[in-house]
Design a protein around this ligand. Structure first.
Ligand SMILES: [Zn+2]
Length: 114
């Protein structure tokens, strides 16, 4: 095994720091070596980050797209609940959704009572 190369890649990542060291890829179900981050700049100057799971295969990496940190387009239709839909990379997304949805439901019930 070329452990030396692997260690170097793991530390540096590909365009940025690896976030998780290992885990199971939600796209293909295989274990990944790390998750790498990439970004692009939108027309209005915002930086949009997105993530890949990198699978080590012999001397190369194959990657699976994991989506952005948060979904701007889908979030537009959830503005009334102040809900930002997150990508796979956010471990706490379901807790955050639940909190926002609970707040929204309580708000709706209270506004109906008036
Ligand atoms: Zn994968």
């Amino acid at each position: 095994m070329s452990g030396k190369l692997n260690t170097k890649r793991k530390r540096k990542g590909i365009r940025g720091r690896p976030i998780h060291i290992s885990g199971i890829c939600p796209r293909c179900g295989r274990p990944y070596s790390f998750i790498g981050k990439n970004y692009y700049v939108t027309k209005d100057g915002k930086i949009k980050e997105y993530y890949y799971a990198y699978h080590r295969e012999k001397k190369r990496y194959k990657r699976c797209y994991l989506g952005p940190a948060w979904y701007s387009y889908v979030t537009l239709t959830h503005k009334d609940a102040n809900l930002t839909l997150s990508g796979y990379i956010n471990d706490k997304r379901y807790e955050e959704y639940k909190e926002k949805i609970d707040q929204y439901i309580i708000h709706r019930i209270k506004s109906k009572e008036k």
